[in-house]
Design a protein around this ligand. Sequence first.
Ligand code: ZN
Length: 394
Amino acid sequence: MPLKAYKYRIYPSDAQIVLFAKTFGCCRFVWNKMLEEKLQAYKKKERIPQDTPAKYKEEFPFLKEVDSFALCNVQLQLEKAFKDHFRNRKQFKLPKFKKKRDKQSYTTNNVHNSIRVDFEKSLLYLPKIREGVKIELHRRFDGKIKSVTVSRTNDGKYYAPILVETQNPRNKVVEPKSKSCGIDLGLEHFATVTNDLGSYKVEHPKYLHRGEERLRRLQRSFSRKQKDSKNRERARLRLARHHPYISNARNDFLRKLSKAIIDENQVVVVEDINVKGLLKTKLSKSISDSGWSKFLTYLKYKADWYGRTFIQVDRFFPSSKLCHRCGYKNDDLTLHDRTWCCPACGETHDRDVNASINLYYVGLGRPEVTPVERALVDDRSPNGLPKKPSRDEA
Ligand SMILES: [Zn+2]
């Protein structure tokens, strides 16, 4: 059954804050303890042990005081981290030891109604918290609760995303107005979009830009402060308070844009921008700020959610270099050329619009535009969704 996460803010009492802190601490303790043992075996090239947290409880009785599902989940998360690493060593580094300063959270599962929500009283019941935690239930959900992750941000707020099994998670599906949509992601504009209705450019949001300036200033001020000083702690708090503002605003922008695009189009085509490769170059700052990879993730799962097709073309597909009118390939095009004139048919192109039109054609399945690259382009798996590990990741 499909799962959906609902994120709520919670307001724990002083006693509950103490219990949460203990649970975070125990999870960190178990993580580090298990990691140490696994790493030792790993270094000696022995079989990596898969113990349960129960084995520590005799020696460290304080572990008995906290939610035992939270500790079990630590074991599962750690085992998954190792599994990922062995599957793909390049992409998944070995897990690291956790520090107190890291983001604090624990996940607990719903077993025999151990997690419940009272919508009338605005209370969340968790294992070891019989009286319930105050929760701001800004939206209702229907379905069975699978798990809850309690987390504390580093400016002291508490959140509890609730994972729910829902019968029909699909929100109302809108009839698409356009068959295909090509999206070119850029530095000058966040995106250039072409669909049946025409082309348009999406600007980088201005407020985000200002917020990011401030973020950079706060970061600089923080790193200038002397280690372990009061000023540094103050700067850290200022930074921590500003950070969620920026990421919330950015996520909001990305979510709304991806929803609008998914609503409007049946097939959505984007370039595989090879974010990881680009991040190593000079362009890195603006790319990480512009949130491209997050945007693609949103598009992917919303497409899945609303029954649309999402296609990511191979990054060798020359979307900017092809003349959308005659198919001529301009190999001399550089990153700095914002416009170019096709020597074959004489058409003048705006670089980004031209690229998005070529991607739009891919969505329409017009092979005559890209006779050679068509094979590369078709990255679709049989169910119409993108194949998971792309060529250059594998
Ligand atoms: Zn041309």
